[in-house]
Design a protein around this ligand. Sequence first.
Ligand code: ADP
Ligand code: MG
Length: 200
Amino acid sequence: MKLSGLPFLKSLDTFDFAFQPSLDRAQVLDLASLTFLARKENVLLLGPPGVGKTHLAVALAICACQNGSSVYFTTLDAMIRALAAADRAGKLDAKLRTYTTKSQLLVLDEVGYLPLSRAEANYLFQVISNRYERSSIILTSNKSVTEWPEVFGDHAIATAILDRLLHHSHVMSVKGHSYRLRERAIAAALTSQTPTVSPA
Ligand code: ADP
Ligand code: MG
């Protein structure tokens, strides 16, 4: 768990499924049984900001850790920056192993927020194709897969990435509202209940 780089520790027990009715609870619980990991399948969590994609990815990653699997968590942006820096230093192959052979589960968070250049998309392709049918990836994205070619700037690479990623995969689209905004709305409602002094 310490080596995994998880940004926080949250489990499925604290996930409010009632708030996200578009999400198939049975499917999530089935993923928590980790059959996908044994079969080297991927999990894609798609949806707008705040719907719990990272929470779910972390919760599944913790299940994997508890089951004795090695896990590595990174945002796409951090991974691309690390690979680009290693490439400049002539150490790309060694760095690629951090994201390929060194963990049984790679969590790739926040795919799609920042557009990638062709060279950057190529780093992602190398990671995905290296893990293909060898080890699982849990990926989160705010973009639907049809929007990926735009994000990756290069249709050929986007198609090649998607082809491998989706071949053995579980795709979950979360279509609900942001939990962050819900918490803010509750906070705002509580504040507005406290007496305020009106200007007149
Ligand atoms: P996303 O990655 O989709 O942008 P996060 O997973 O970071 O969203 O969720 C935002 C915050 O809201 C986190 O603190 C997360 O734990 C919480 N959260 C999101 N959805 C739920 C939910 N259904 N039940 C409980 N907490 C949630
Ligand atoms: Mg997130």
